[in-house]
Design a protein. Structure first.
Lengths: 342, 627
């Protein structure tokens, strides 16, 4: 965590607004995420020049152009690798990766997995619209099976990947999920991610207004969200529903949705959320509508594993400290020489 | 055996020795130690390690044969030698695979104990064949059979170690014998054994066993009647100074580390293991005490991407690979061209396409280096001309890449990467610093920073690095409006940017050395090479000139841009011959660029040029046109 810097300027969201016109389609969920990021950054205690936004390719990946920070719009799928290099060279920068589901889970799936298991101290915003937006609407690795698109006229036959389960399996140390239009949870979660030393991953349910409109409506709308999602609060039982009369209970080792009061179920019987429990996080990551509410907020947080770039820096520092007089000339000369003439 | 005194060693000018055996027989080690002993005596030398891609191929098979050739002389030499004077073979497979390279009348020492029925069969000899007794071979070569295995077992009978452990010392016996033959000291090897096995691995008994075997080999030479003669090679006349032995990969590692110091920045090497480039990653990983950082990425693409990330953040981002990896890095390198960032990409070329022959050499990535990216994405292209030159070319790459803000591809190859030669140790302090600057912070400025505003002299944009107040800006793969760096789809601007990215690289010709012509400068034929074939081409041209031919010779280390006088030089000659280990890639570039009817000598057999085939190839080209 950064030490409080009293000379830190007081930023407002508009300080993070670049002079570029935003070119997403009207109604695209990316706008809401952009607004939430601009709102969160003034609160994370970092200087503007220390932020770097890195993206791959896709609609979501246009993100860096719209932030008045340092930024790199790289190539398709490789943002985590560019970000890793940036952190290796300068661990003090605050590096954010923003890209789409196709970018980070399809062409870039390999890098996403490795940046997580290394615990590189970056924050990843996966804008998941379950579709390839920029290339005009092919199914993506998060599209549900049977998805009819231009490239799958008879419906897709692929099983979708579960981004949260993947992140947990990849040893990610901070795993969360939010909804684009829920500014409150999104901002709060990003502020927490910004305080995390290691790799922080946030899946954002994002509406593609054009090619996959309403894909998340079952979870994102006023009238659907209470019944179909559950807000995670560390140390609190899993309660949801418009009347907060529903809960999640573990029955025979598996989660089950229950109604408080029905069959004698009380709050005490409900599953209590513990964000440090990775096994529990897996269970939550695998809760899907309509059987169970989908969890929102931070599923898992392990603040103890050191960040990769720090470990890398420490190795170099330790090696340098252990060889104080190391001279390049001696290295170039090497241990075995012979002399000619002279 | 009777103890007889033998005559004094006979002086000879140059010798090529090859140790060949199973990959588990320690031939690389024996060859390397023989080279060290030779270096200490002041000979010029060149080595050629030749090893199979299989780590432990089934013992005794032909595809598991590993060899190490050392060419040493009392005069300047530039190649590991076309043919071998003395071949040591540890088993029938090594015998079978290597006799073809021994010169007529050369000596073959064979471990007779290994020529059993079973081993002969494994090597593919028929049931009635006995190569050691073959009359035809016996007339062509001097075959000396030595009971190496038995002698080693006898010498180490008291060690109490298993037969397997004892047999591992056979290479030292062979080395001791060859050291005796050529009057090379055993001390460097003894010192090495004691420090490696004794001090480092904490296995003093193993060190002692090896030393015993080594000395037994020497003693065998003194007593055997089968080798009546010893030879010696006088020191070569090299410029005075302190020398060390260096391979291309070692030199590249040192060059990169020194370049980091010369520019005052951390070098971060991001790599993915691939033969024959992995030793760059290994070598630099061991230099953390000099501030070098290494990162073993998940794949080739991540490696180059991370290196670009390093450069973007203000460090020296380096990645290294071989041809297949260069292909994977192409898209990201195109991005680096667009971002106008420094980046060093080392390509240790190997025989392709695809996996090809991973341990064998080739010069087949030149066009890939020039053009292997989408769109028009010119990179700086440099090629090292010898193992030691890898040091200088690495520093040159950092200098040029940071000056033009453009990726530099450094071409090495399997032959120079693994081959070694003597190197006059440079004085690091005399290497000039690499100038580099970053735009200053503008914390209170309301003006938008212009990331693509350019230096009028170099044409390069400014290298503004994250963390600098007031210079916040976005870079990306979309085409940029010049100066502002805003995304632009404007046609004329795109054309301007394409031209500018090329011009920036072309402008480097102002600061790179002009190409120098040697040999008979006024001849009507120029032999022009590039990269790691410099030594072989020079040897061939020298031989032809000794025979009376008039030939000019020149060599390219800078390929993009070419030296500024190259067109003028080519225009001076009626005939230009370009030998390459490919089907004519530089030839194609020169023809296209300079409209010169360049001829080629091309051999692509996974090895460096033999001097003799170059001599013949050049002769044939000269004759053809004359007729
Ligand atoms: C190497 C390469 N292959 C393919 C593309 C084409 N492409 C651009 S974006 C994209 C998919 C983007 O989908 P996603 O990451 O989900 O982003 P979205 O547009 O939905 O935000 C594809 C296939 C590309 N730019 N580069
Ligand atoms: S195509 Fe979809 S994801 Fe892309 S900008 Fe339009 S609405 Fe947003
Ligand atoms: Mg998408």
């Amino acid at each position: 965590m950064s030490v409080t810097d009293h000379s830190l300027p007081t930023y407002k969201p508009k300080d993070f607004m670049s002079d570029q016109d935003v070119r997403w389609c009207p109604g695209c969920g990316d706008y809401a995420v952009l607004a939430a990021v601009r709102k969160a950054l003034p609160n994370v205690g970092r200087r503007k020049e220390d932020f770097v936004f890195v993206s791959g390719i896709g609609c979501a990946a246009r993100f860096p152009y719209y932030m008045e920070t340092y930024g790199m719009h790289s190539i398709h799928g490789r943002a985590p690798a560019f970000a890793t290099g940036i952190k290796l060279a300068n661990p003090d920068l605050d590096v954010w990766i923003v890209s789409g589901d196709g970018d980070l889970l399809s062409i870039g799936g390999n890098h996403t997995m490795h940046v997580m298991r290394r615990n590189v101290g970056v924050r990843i915003l996966l804008l998941n619209n379950r579709i390839y937006g920029l290339t005009k609407g092919q199914y993506s690795p998060t599209s549900e099976r049977g998805k009819v698109t231009k490239s799958t006229p008879m419906g897709s036959i692929d099983e979708p990947v579960n981004p949260l389960a993947l992140a947990l399996a990849a040893e990610c140390t901070f795993v969360a999920r939010c909804i684009d239009i829920d500014a409150k949870t999104l901002t709060a979660t990003m502020e927490r991610a910004a305080a995390h030393e290691g790799c922080a991953f946030i899946e954002v349910y994002q509406d593609c207004n054009i090619f996959n409109h309403q894909a998340w409506f079952y979870a994102s709308q006023k009238d659907t969200r209470p019944a179909n999602t559950v807000d995670l609060v560390h140390g609190e039982p899993l309660i949801f529903g418009a009347e907060r009369d529903k809960g999640v209970m573990i029955v025979n080792g598996r989660p089950r949705g229950v109604t408080l009061g029905a069959g004698g179920v009380t709050e005490k019987d409900l599953l209590v959320f513990d964000e440090t429990d990775r096994t529990l996080a897996f269970t939550l990551a695998n809760m899907h509508c309509p059987d169970l509410p989908e969890p929102l907020g931070v599923l898992y947080c392990n603040p103890d594993r050191p960040a990769y770039e720090q470990a890398s820096r420490e190795q170099v520092q330790a090696a340098m400290a252990s060889a104080p007089g190391a001279e390049l000339q001696d290295l170039v000369r090497g241990p075995d020489t012979w002399t000619v003439g002279g | 055996m009777s103890q007889k005194t033998k005559p004094c060693p006979t002086p000879v000018e140059s010798v090529a020795v090859r140790f060949a055996g199973d990959s588990g027989d320690g031939m690389q080690l024996a060859g390397g130690q023989f080279t060290s002993a030779t270096a200490i005596l002041g000979n010029d030398f060149a080595t050629f390690p030749d090893y199979p891609a299989e780590i432990r191929a089934p013992r005794g098979t032909t595809f598991g044969v590993s060899g190490f050739q050392v060419h040493f002389a009392s005069h300047a030499i530039h190649t590991p030698g076309d043919s071998v004077d003395v071949l040591v073979t540890m088993n029938p497979a090594a015998f079978k695979m290597n006799t073809g390279d021994v010169r007529q009348g050369g000596m073959i020492i064979a471990d007779e104990d290994e020529f059993t029925k079973v081993n002969l069969k494994k090597a593919g000899y028929g049931p009635d064949e006995s190569p050691l007794a073959d009359e035809v071979l016996g007339q062509r070569f001097r075959i000396v059979t030595v009971p190496i295995s038995r002698m080693v077992r006898e010498a180490l009978a008291e060690s109490g170690r298993s037969a397997k452990e004892i047999d591992r010392c056979r290479n030292m016996f062979a080395l001791g014998l060859v050291c005796w033959m050529y009057d090379r000291p055993l001390e460097p090897t003894i010192d090495w054994l004691e420090s490696y096995f004794g001090a480092r691995k904490k296995l003093p008994d193993v060190a002692a066993m090896n030393v015993t075997a080594l000395k037994a080999g020497w003693a065998f030479g003194e007593t055997t009647e089968a080798i009546p003669q010893r030879y010696t090679v006088a020191p070569a006349e090299l410029p005075a100074g302190v020398y060390r032995k260096i391979s291309g990969n070692e030199a590249m590692v040192l060059g990169l580390a020194v370049a980091g110091e010369k520019i005052g920045k951390q070098v971060s090497y991001c790599g993915y293991p691939i033969t024959p480039a992995s030793d760059l990653l290994h070598g630099l990983a061991g230099l953390k005490r000099f501030g070098v950082q290494t990162f073993q990425a998940e794949d080739e693409i991540a490696a180059v991407a991370a290196a670009i990330g390093v450069s973007y953040a203000g460090g020296i981002g380096v990645t290294g690979t071989s041809g297949p990896g260069l292909a994977l890095k192409g898209e990201a390198m195109g991005l680096a061209v667009m971002l106008e960032l420094p980046l060093i990409v080392v390509d240790v070329q190997r025989a392709g396409p695809a996996t090809g022959m991973p341990t064998k050499t080739e010069q087949t990535d030149l066009l890939q280096a020039f053009y292997g990216r989408s769109g028009e994405a010119p990179c700086i292209v440099l090629a090292a001309s010898s193992p030691a030159d890898c040091f200088e070319i690495a520093i040159e790459a950092v200098r040029l890449s940071t000056r033009a803000m453009c990726p530099a591809i450094v071409l090495s190859d399997a032959a120079i990467a693994n081959g070694a030669e003597p190197w006059l140790v440079p004085d690091v302090s005399s290497i000039s610093p690499i100038p580099c600057s970053h735009p200053e912070a503008q914390p209170d400025s309301d003006e938008q920073f212009e990331p693509y505003r350019r230096d009028p002299e170099t044409g390069a944009r400014r290298w503004a690095i994250p963390g600098t107040p007031g210079l916040e800006h976005r870079v990306g793969g979309l085409e940029k409006q010049d100066v502002t760096g805003d995304v632009s789809y404007d046609g004329p601007n795109h054309e301007h940017m394409i031209a500018h990215r090329a011009a920036k690289v072309a402008r480097l010709a102002d600061i790179i050395p002009p190409i120098e012509v040697g040999g008979d400068v006024a001849a009507d034929t120029l032999v022009l090479g590039w990269g790691g074939t410099a030594g072989a081409i020079l040897s061939a041209v020298n031989r032809l000139r000794d025979e009376g031919a008039t030939l000019a010779i020149a060599h390219l280390r800078h390929l993009n841009p070419f030296p500024s006088n190259l067109g003028e030089v080519l225009g001076r000659y009626r005939r230009v011959i370009v030998p390459e280990i490919n089907s004519g890639q530089l030839r194609l570039l020169l023809r296209g660029r300079f409209l010169v009817d360049v001829r080629g000598v091309n051999v692509i057999q996974g090895r460096g040029f033999h001097v003799e085939e170059l001599v013949e190839g050049i002769r044939a080209e000269m004759a053809e046109e004359a007729s």
